[in-house]
Design a protein around this ligand. Structure first.
Ligand code: NAI
Length: 396
C-alpha cells in the first residue's frame, strides 16, 4: 500500500516501514561513525523500540558489539493497517543486527506484567546466561499493577494550583494560552505508580533472584529536569513526582546490588521530540525555541547523539562516572547551560503565532515528529507501494 501520514492531535495514526528502517539505519551509521565503545556485551533494554530506548539498543549493539534483548509494547501491522513505528523500528533493528553478526531478540508485550518478566528471564537463561546492562526506558500512560490488577493512569498536571502558560499546536503553529487544573492526590499517586521506580525495582529484583545479573551489572533509567519555564507542568507536577520516585529508586537498587558490585543510575536527558514528550502541554513550544538556539550554537543532539555521549563520555569512559550532587548522570548539560536558558526565556516572552516561525524551530519540531513515524526521510520513495506487513524476525 501507499502510506501517508495521518495526524490526529499529537499522534500520527500511520507509520512507514521503509522510513522507520531508514531512521534505524541512520542511527546505526551515526554510532559506527563515532567508533567502538568499550562497553557491555549483554544488554537488556526495556522500552527498546523508539526514542531513548531504541537509541540505547543501537548504541549497545553497534557501539559496544553487544547482544541485545529488547522489550516493548507495539502494534503489529495487518494487511492495509500499518503497525506502530516501534514495531517497524524493531524489525529493522533485528535485521541490521543479524546482518552484522549480532544477537538480537525482542519481546513485544506489557513490561509491567509478570508474564513478560518471566519470558525475558527464560530468554536470558537460555541465550545469554546473564546481562551486564539493563536500560529502563519506558514511557507509558497506563500501568496494570501486577499484584492488584488495578489499571493506573498517569496524568500531566501541575500540583497545588492551576498553571497557565503559552503552548503551541505544532501542526498549525498556533500559539495559545493553556490552563491546566491542578492534580488531585489520586492523580499524583497514580502517576507515581505508572512512571515512578516501582516497576524498575521489580525488574531488577526478579533478574537478581534468578541470578541473571553479572558481577558489576549496571542499570540505568532516564529522567528529565528542565527549566523553570516548564517546571509547574513537568518537574514540580505529577510527572516530576514520578521522576523523584524513579531517582530515589536508583539508590535503593544500588543498595540491593551491593553483593554483586552492581549499580543503579538515573541519567537526566535532554528534552527531545518523542511520542511521549509531544503529549505534554507547553513542552513543544519550549522544544521549538530550544532547538533553534542549540542548533545555532552547534550543540543540538537527538536521542542517538545523547546516548552515544552517555555511553562514551559518562558510563564507559574508563574514568569514574561523573554525577551531580543528587547522584544523577547529566547529559542535559548543554540544554541547561545558562546562556542557552537565558535566550530561551527571552524568546519565550516574544513567542506568538506570528513570530514563532522566525524565532523558533517549529519546522525542526515538525520534521522530528514526522520522522518518529518514518516520514520525511531523504532517500525514501513515499509514492512507492510498500509492504506494510513486516515481521520482527525473532517474534515470527
Ligand atoms: P518513547 O515513547 O519514545 O518510548 C517509550 C518506549 O516504552 C517504547 O519502546 C514503548 O514501546 C515502550 N513501552 C511503553 N509502554 C510499555 C509497556 N507497557 N510495556 C513494554 N514497553 C512499553 O519515550 P521516550 O521519550 O524515549 O522516553 C523514555 C524515557 O526517557 C522516559 O522515562 C522519559 O520520561 C525519559 N525522558 C524523555 C525525554 C524526552 O524529552 N523525550 C527527556 C528526558 C527523559
Amino acid at each position: 500500500m501507499i502510506i501517508e501520514p495521518r495526524m490526529r492531535g499529537f499522534i500520527c495514526l500511520t507509520s512507514h516501514p521503509t522510513g522507520c528502517e531508514q531512521n534505524v539505519k541512520n542511527q546505526i551509521e551515526y554510532i559506527k561513525s563515532k567508533g567502538a565503545i568499550d562497553g557491555p556485551k549483554r544488554v537488556l533494554v526495556i522500552g527498546a523500540s523508539t526514542g531513548f530506548g531504541l537509541a540505547s539498543r543501537i548504541t549497545s549493539a553497534f557501539g559496544c558489539n553487544a547482544a541485545t534483548i529488547g522489550v516493548f509494547f507495539e502494534k503489529p501491522p495487518v494487511a492495509k493497517r500499518p503497525g506502530s513505528p516501534g514495531f517497524y523500528n524493531s524489525a529493522a533493528f533485528e535485521n541490521e543486527a543479524t546482518k552484522a553478526g549480532l544477537y538480537a531478540k525482542s519481546i513485544n508485550g506489557d513490561a509491567f506484567s509478570k508474564e513478560v518478566k518471566q519470558q525475558v528471564i527464560d530468554l536470558i537463561k537460555t541465550d545469554l546466561g546473564q546481562v551486564d546492562l539493563i536500560i529502563y526506558s519506558l514511557a507509558s500512560p497506563v500501568r496494570m499493577h501486577p499484584e492488584t490488577g488495578v489499571l493506573h493512569r498517569s496524568t500531566l498536571k501541575p500540583i497545588g494550583k492551576t498553571f497557565t502558560n503559552k503552548t503551541v499546536d505544532f501542526h498549525t503553529g498556533n500559539v495559545t494560552e493553556v490552563s491546566i487544573e491542578p492534580a488531585t492526590e489520586e492523580d499524583i499517586e497514580n502517576t507515581v505508580v505508572v512512571m515512578g521506580g516501582e516497576d524498575w525495582a521489580m525488574w531488577i529484583d526478579e533478574l537478581k533472584k534468578a541470578n541473571l545479573l553479572s558481577n558489576g551489572a549496571t542499570t540505568i533509567a532516564y529522567s528529565y529536569i528542565g527549566p523553570s519555564l516548564t517546571e509547574a507542568v513537568y518537574r514540580k507536577g505529577t510527572i516530576g513526582r514520578a521522576k523523584d520516585d524513579l531517582e530515589a529508586t536508583a539508590f535503593k537498587i544500588t543498595d540491593s546490588l551491593k553483593d554483586i558490585n552492581g549499580k543503579g543510575y538515573v541519567s537526566v536527558n535532554k528534552a527531545l521530540v518523542t511520542q511521549a514528550s509531544s503529549a505534554i502541554p507547553v513542552i513543544p513550544l519550549y522544544i521549538s525555541l530550544l532547538y533553534k538556539i542549540m542548533k545555532e550554537e552547534g550543540i543540538h543532539e537527538g536521542c542517538i547523539e545523547q546516548i552515544q555521549r552517555l555511553f562514551h563520555d559518562r558510563l564507559y569512559s574508563g574514568k569514574e562516572i561523573p554525577t551531580d550532587d543528587k547522584g544523577r548522570i547529566r547529559i542535559d548539560d548543554w540544554e541547561m547551560r545558562d546562556d542557552v536558558q537565558e535566550r530561551v526565556a527571552k524568546l519565550w516572552l516574544e513567542a506568538t503565532t506570528e513570530t514563532l516561525p522566525q524565532i523558533g524551530d517549529l519546522a525542526g519540531y515538525k520534521q522530528d515528529f514526522l520522522n518518529l513515524f518514518g516520514f520525511g526521510f531523504k532517500g525514501v520513495d513515499y509514492e512507492a507501494d510498500v509492504n506494510e506487513v513486516v515481521e520482527i524476525p525473532s517474534i515470527k
